[in-house]
Design a protein around this ligand. Structure first.
Ligand code: ADQ
Length: 449
């Protein structure tokens, strides 16, 4: 029997799948609904030194079995915190200067990829198709093949892929490329990422290639959530507090790739250069802390606190604060309602694989009175969403100009732009992404004998 096997670093809690916290879980939940039977394998999120038996936890819900393994403290540090998040993440977001490498991290990364393969192998059956997610598991197909796996194995990278001139700064860069060639299908977010990867393969004379499969959201259910939750008591409280004045919203994990400091400086330029907005506009930034155990993220948090404190200290008056800043997660349905109330979404990553917040904001709008998306040209979503106001996130004046233009935009222009954006968000969805990728993977691979 055909079965889909998803492998990702973190495996969602099946009870959360009804209301998943992030983009990946939503997109894959859609893929799982299309399958007769599936297995989802990965890290439990737990750290333990002692493992009994095979050390696996297993739970089945809705035709999907979730099997997870714990990591030891050393594995968690070397494979996850240091190699994946301290080396690959910054480099692939074009921040080579932030890489913090040591040889033992690479060894831990390889060992955990091997351990995943060893634990997954006995669970595989004829008829399986394996779909591996993201940069934590570049080496998994190679390890599985070494153990004799013959089924189709695909890989999707959720973050950008840098050009060779940067990628080659990764220690063991060629080993990573060679390992990637063990996948039967490689998916990337954008054509630029696919081009970069394919250039790396060409230069190193490795026979393999990747293709763009841009990820999307589930726009229908997101729009429904937005309509319902815009009427909730919390959303009404937010609306009442604005006293009829415009709202700018930003929603991002606390991460240096999201361009938060530059964005705050852009907003500061708006207030400096266009005083008419002082005391008028409110900017709500929702930024739950993530990867708090990595030093770079702790430094960023302190820096943002300082910048926001300075802007609020300079421009506030007794009954108005320019930036409202929340550092805890907000339930997704409520987030959808907040997007619907907002007049502008400010989405200005310095680099981003896709950026689902941009798509969620579009889906949540009221078609009679839609808001304006101010979007970084560096987000993977930008080529798909050219009717947004595109900005260079490094230039605070560019952001300020776009915000001013958005605040002044006539209703018919807002509607015309939104209509075209909404069309894209409704066409390239989480479901179509998963369907297209799996069709390409299953269509092109014959089981290896
Ligand atoms: P992320 O870097 O996490 O994802 P993004 O695509 O914006 O970035 O997805 C974040 C998700 O988390 C969104 O669904 C958003 O609604 C949710 N979220 C953000 N802040 C939240 C909050 N305060 N409370 C609750 N939910 C919140 C990675 C890549 C992206 C890529 C996705 C999917 O970095 O580039 O688009 O994977 O492939």
């Amino acid at each position: 029997m055909e079965r889909l096997v998803i492998v990702s670093n973190r495996v969602p809690d099946p009870t959360e799948l009804q209301q998943p916290a992030g983009g990946l879980a939503v997109a894959l939940a859609d893929a799982l609904r299309m399958e007769k039977s599936s297995l989802w394998f990965g890290w439990s999120g737990q750290i333990s030194e002692q493992q009994n038996g095979d050390g696996l936890h297993s739970v089945t819900a809705d035709r999907t079995t979730y099997v997870t393994t714990d990591l030891t403290r050393a594995q968690h540090r070397g494979y996850y915190q240091r190699y994946s998040n301290g080396i690959v993440w910054p480099l692939f977001h074009y921040r080579a200067g932030l890489m913090d490498y040591s040889r033992t991290d690479w060894e831990a990364y390889r060992a955990v990829n091997r351990m995943f393969a060893e634990k997954l192998m006995p669970l595989l059956r004829p008829g399986d198709t394996i779909w591996v997610q993201d940069y934590h598991l570049f080496l998994l197909a190679q390890e599985l093949r070494a153990l004799g796996a013959t089924c189709p194995i695909g890989f999707f990278l959720h973050i950008p892929f840098p050009p060779w001139s940067l990628f080659r700064a990764l220690p063991f860069a060629t080993d990573v490329l060679k390992a990637m060639a063990s996948y039967d299908q490689i998916g990337l977010q954008t054509r630029e990422d696919a081009y970069n990867l394919n250039e790396c393969f060409r230069i190193t004379r490795i026979e393999a290639s990747g293709r763009a499969f841009p990820i999307g959201i589930d726009p229908v259910s997101f729009a429904e959530e937005a309509i319902t939750s815009a009427e909730s008591p919390e959303a009404r409280r937010l609306q009442a507090s604005l006293r009829g004045k415009p709202l700018i919203i930003g929603v991002d994990r606390l991460d240096y790739s999201k361009g938060l400091e530059e964005r705050f400086l852009g907003y500061q330029q708006l207030l400096r250069r266009f005083p008419e907005h002082r005391g008028n506009v409110t900017y709500l930034q929702i930024t739950p802390v993530s990867r708090g155990e990595v030093e770079e993220y702790r430094l960023l948090r302190r820096k943002l606190d300082e910048v926001i404190g300075r802007i609020n200290g300079t421009f506030s008056n007794v009954d108005w604060t320019p930036i409202r800043y929340l550092t805890h997660p907000i339930p997704r349905p409520l987030l959808a309602g907040f997007y619907r109330l907002a007049d502008i979404a400010l989405v200005t990553p310095l680099r981003d694989g896709m950026n689902l917040v941009a798509k969620e904001f579009i889906a949540a709008q009221d078609e009679a009175d839609p808001g304006v998306l101010v979007l970084s040209d560096m987000a993977g979503a930008a080529p798909e969403l050219p009717e947004a106001l595109l900005v260079n996130p490094h230039d605070p004046d560019d952001t300020a100009d776009a915000l001013h233009r958005a605040l002044k935009m006539p209703e018919d222009e807002r509607r015309a732009r939104w209509k075209m954006l909404d069309n894209v968000v409704r066409t390239t969805t989480a479901g179509s992404w998963a369907r297209d990728f799996l069709a390409a993977l299953r269509g092109q691979t014959e089981p290896r004998m």
